[in-house]
Design a protein around this ligand. Structure first.
Ligand SMILES: Nc1nc2c(ncn2[C@@H]2O[C@H](COP(=O)(O)OP(=O)(O)OP(=O)(O)O)[C@@H](O)[C@H]2O)c(=O)[nH]1
Ligand SMILES: [Mg+2]
Length: 630
């Protein structure tokens, strides 16, 4: 029987924000609807349509859609297809918008107005918004919205999306219904509607040139400051030095700045555990609270400061406009392994989390490049690995400093580089093995103006990350550490037991069974169970280890510091082998689900799991064997 899908369309008036990439659509969307979608200073920050609600003065609400940026209405990449499908009314589960807000970067009218012409031909009521009016004014651009409106036959307003109230004129237009359709303008009629893509773009280009000339807006106003900064940042050898220095600073900071807040959180959870032990009677639920919840969740929570420091830098880089420059600098290296600089931003997003990174591959027009990028995205070190890395580093790498350089920070940077090297190695192999991989694809990427990130957006971004992390600790990690405690505590040891009680528990049994597989890597049974539970989410392994060792210690059970405990129990070779495992292992279900969704099948996720397992096993095996020789 043929499958039939019925889409239920939500009711209500629908307005969509459309525009070139990076013109400020999402910033406006957030302002209009009070949402907190990701705003970033590079093309392709939004790759999926997002909905919000704008309350109207009459009590009703408008449905507002934020769309991925488009260069034209001839989509080339997946994110452009998402936007164009909405505009043409072919988006699954969504009706055609009732009106459009066409956002134009006021500092780049030439490109923005070409899209306005195409959008006007869609025949929907449309408001043209000249956003970034503050930057345009700063550069001495004088645009008369009234004259432009006359010329376009559409209403035109200005906006500043990064200022509270900077959307006032848009609201005013949206609140005044019914919206009028645009007026036909004779000068804009560039040839018949049925022109082919290339001819249509050429014709629109000519119309826009003519229009700008008539309005005295055709002189190019260069962004002097950005150009000056770029002279250093994109310099063939100064550029890479700056890039390395930036990365270096980030990893040093993750260790150096986090010490005080981490100690604070640790002492809080320890004190809480001690107080609970004193206050509550000795019962199974006290053990659950102390050895399960406090040890497990506290063990993960302590890494919040490091995660926030990492995100502070990621947000700074995203908002400043440096990222596309880094992509540009790395294009040659990426070309060497059969990818283009286009893959850089999706890969870089994967350092936060592979899931948005895999979504961001939608901006890569070439399908082969897109699939390879998805395949290697999980090797980039996501923030969930950070707790595992820093735990093992603080257990096994001495906190030594050489003239201001922290050894631990260097090792952390090394782990990140190992992940990158692994990903590049896989891409290089695929380039050698496939014909498509050997074709070179030039990088076309715009370099946005540098911006100062606003304190508000930084604070908001950090708060969002903190919230995501805390929610994870409060849900997945909580559930799995409770599961771990149950596994580690039951069944109780028989009366005539010789070994420690935990050896008889389910965790002990499962761990010993798995150990057959992991013993060649130097992993003991505790690590083996922790890895099993850690398949769901990486940090769970830490909570699981904390719980197992808390149950083992069972000394009335304050949440003892995990790192010194591990240093005492494991050999250096085991600790390092576990680090090597973590660089490559496929320990995240959501990543695999994302690869499935974005690639449209199970083949790619299956390949990902298999190659990652093979890499992880070999890397851990070699590390353990080599270090054991010492
Ligand atoms: N100064 C200034 N900056 C703005 C304004 N609007 C947006 N920005 C900045 O421009 C950058 C891009 O904003 P976004 O809202 O992410 O742009 P977008 O159109 O959604 O981009 P894509 O999702 O990539 O298509 C961000 O760094 C914003 O902070 C504005 O009116 N003035
Ligand atoms: Mg956006």
């Amino acid at each position: 029987m043929r499958e039939q899908r019925v889409h239920l369309m939500p009711r209500g008036t629908l307005v969509a924000l459309v525009g070139n990439p990076n013109c400020g659509k999402t910033a406006l969307f957030n302002l209009l609807t009070g949402s907190r979608q990701k705003v970033a200073n590079y093309a392709g920050a939004t790759v999926e349509k997002k909905e919000g609600r704008l309350p109207m003065p009459d009590g009703a609400a408008l449905r507002v859609l934020d769309l991925p940026g488009v260069y034209s209405l001839y989509p080339r990449s997946e994110d452009e297809r998402v936007a164009c499908a909405v505009l043409s009314g072919h988006s699954p589960g969504e009706k055609r918008p009732d009106a459009l807000v066409c956002v134009v970067d006021a500092t780049n009218l030439r490109r923005g107005l070409r899209l306005v012409l195409a959008v006007k031909r869609l025949g929907l009521p449309c408001l043209v918004v000249l956003n970034m009016a503050d930057l345009a004014a700063g550069r001495g651009l004088k645009i008369d919205p009234e004259a432009l409106s006359q010329a376009l036959g559409l209403p035109v307003v200005t906006s500043v999306a990064v200022r509270q109230g900077g959307d006032a004129a848009i609201r005013q237009w949206l609140f005044k219904r019914p919206w009028s359709h645009g007026a036909p303008v004779h000068e804009l009629a560039a040839g018949p509607d049925a022109l082919q893509e290339h001819d249509r773009i050429e014709a629109d280009h000519a119309v826009v040139q003519d229009l700008l000339r008539r309005l005295n807006l055709d002189s190019l106003v260069p962004d002097v400051l950005s150009d000056r900064i770029d002279r250093a940042v994109l310099h063939p050898w100064v550029g890479p030095v700056i890039l390395l220095a930036v990365l270096f600073l980030v990893f040093q900071a993750v260790f150096a700045w986090a010490v005080v807040p981490m100690d604070f959180i640790k002492s809080c959870t320890d004190a809480l555990a001690a107080a609970v032990v004193l206050a509550l009677p000795d019962a199974w639920w006290r053990d659950l609270l102390v050895q399960g919840l406090l040890a497990g969740m506290g063990g993960v929570l302590v890494f919040l400061p490091q995660i926030l420091i990492l995100f502070f830098f990621i947000l700074l880089l995203e908002e400043s406009g440096y990222l596309p420059r880094a992509a540009f600098l790395l294009d040659r290296i990426m070309g060497g392994v059969g990818l283009s600089g286009r893959s850089f931003i999706p890969l870089l997003s994967s350092f936060a989390c592979a899931v948005p990174g895999i979504m961001a591959t939608r901006t890569i027009a070439n399908r082969r490049d897109r699939l390879v990028t998805m395949l290697i995205a999980p090797l980039m070190t996501c923030s969930a690995r950070l707790p595992v890395y820093t735990l093992l580093i603080s257990a096994f790498v001495p906190a030594r400093t050489w003239s201001g350089l922290q050894l631990q920070g260097l090792v952390l940077l090394g782990l990140y580089l190992a992940g990158i090297a692994g990903g590049m190695g896989v891409a290089w192999l695929l380039k050698r093995l496939t014909r498509a991989g050997r074709q070179s694809r030039p990088l076309m990427m715009e370099l946005p103006s540098y911006h100062w990130p606003t304190l508000r957006s930084l604070a908001l971004g950090l708060w969002q990350r903190a919230w995501i992390f805390l929610r994870r600790v409060g849900t997945v990690i909580l559930l799995l550490t409770v599961a771990m405690w149950v596994l580690a505590s039951y069944p109780a040891a028989p009366a005539d037991a010789l070994g420690p009680a935990i050896e008889y528990s389910y965790a002990g049994q499962i761990g010993h069974a798995l150990q057959l597989l992991f013993a060649p890597l130097g992993f003991n049974w505790q690590i083996s169970v922790a890895l099993l539970l850690g398949m769901a989410a990486r940090e769970v392994a830490i909570g699981a280890l904390a719980t197992v060792y808390a149950v083992v210690a069972a000394d009335g059970g304050a949440a003892t510091a995990l790192a010194p405990m591990l240093a005492g129990q494991w050999s250096l070779a085991t600790g390092m082998a576990l680090l090597a495992w973590y660089i490559f292992a496929p320990q995240c279900l959501s990543t695999l689900v994302a690869i499935h969704r974005e690639s449209g099948g199970w083949k790619l996720p299956a390949v990902t799991v298999l190659y990652q397992l093979a890499l992880a096993y070999s890397a851990a095996f070699l590390t353990f064997r080599i270090l054991s020789l010492w």
